[in-house]
Design a protein around this ligand. Structure first.
Ligand code: SF4
Ligand code: FES
Length: 243
């Protein structure tokens, strides 16, 4: 175990734990946006910044979702330097995604009221954290979407920027991993519609031969059958009717 101090409170944490997880284990709040336990820490949003001072006297800001606990580490989650940086980050995010309720709430909580920066209005709530693409790649194993282009043109998109991705199976994992609700998914009358910030795609769904409910996209079922080596006919019945 490692002993460290967060906000003047001495705590212990597992070796290899991140400062964020150590804080959470001890009910110490650090705001986050891109942190998601299903995928590897990436440090995209920098909302989880904390002030650290090592035993050698080195003081700096680090992203707590990546930085690991050290013996004797002194952490401040709400120092003036942290709050200033967090406010600046939120001003940038607010300018990028002025309509995002998540960002608006976090900005209000941090005391960011006015908008000093020019708003971009075509970003559809996307903060470019890449959670969706990383979930698609790391968890589903499909890599159907990715970040493309540079600078102000950077965006989350499909290959060739089309309303189509050969690899996408329509599972919706990206929807659940997006911290700002920038991706939506609606199932209607045998069709699933997934809308990403700049693209959309429709999927035909499979109907359960017992209850008649549409329960999963055909492409997702084909993918599962392929990687598990099971026959497609095994998926004629939905999970609810299987027992
Ligand atoms: S769509 Fe959501 S998860 Fe994907 S990069 Fe944008 S904000 Fe992040
Ligand atoms: S939560 Fe740590 S960088 Fe986003």
């Amino acid at each position: 175990m490692v002993k460290l101090t967060i906000n003047g409170r001495q705590i212990t944490a597992e070796e290899g734990a991140t400062v964020l997880n150590a804080a959470r284990e001890n009910n110490i709040y650090i705001p986050t946006l891109c942190n998601n336990e299903a995928i590897a820490p990436y440090g995209a949003c920098r909302m989880c910044l904390v002030d650290i001072k090592t035993t050698r006297g080195r003081q700096r800001l680090v992203t707590s979702c990546i930085y690991q606990v050290e013996e004797g580490l002194n952490v401040q989650t709400h120092s003036e330097r942290v709050l200033q940086n967090r406010r600046m980050l939120l001003e940038l995010l607010l300018a990028r995604c002025p309509d995002s309720k998540t960002i608006q709430d976090m900005a209000r909580e941090a005391g960011v009221n006015g908008k000093r920066l020019v708003e971009q209005t075509d970003n559809h709530l996307c903060i470019l954290c890449a959670n969706c693409a990383r979930t698609c790649d790391e968890v589903v194993g499909v890599a159907a979407i990715s970040l493309a282009r540079r600078g102000v043109e950077r965006k989350m998109t499909t290959p060739f920027d089309e309303d189509f991705s050969e690899a996408c199976i329509g599972c919706g994992s990206c929807v659940y991993s997006c911290p700002t609700g920038a991706i939506t998914m609606v199932d209607n009358d045998g069709t699933r519609l997934v809308k990403w910030p700049h693209n959309r795609m429709e999927f035909k769904m499979r109907k359960c031969t017992v209850c008649g409910q549409y329960w999963a996209p055909e492409k997702q079922i084909e993918y599962i059958a392929k990687i598990s080596g099971t026959p497609l006919s095994q998926y004629d019945i939905c999970p609810d009717c299987r027992d």
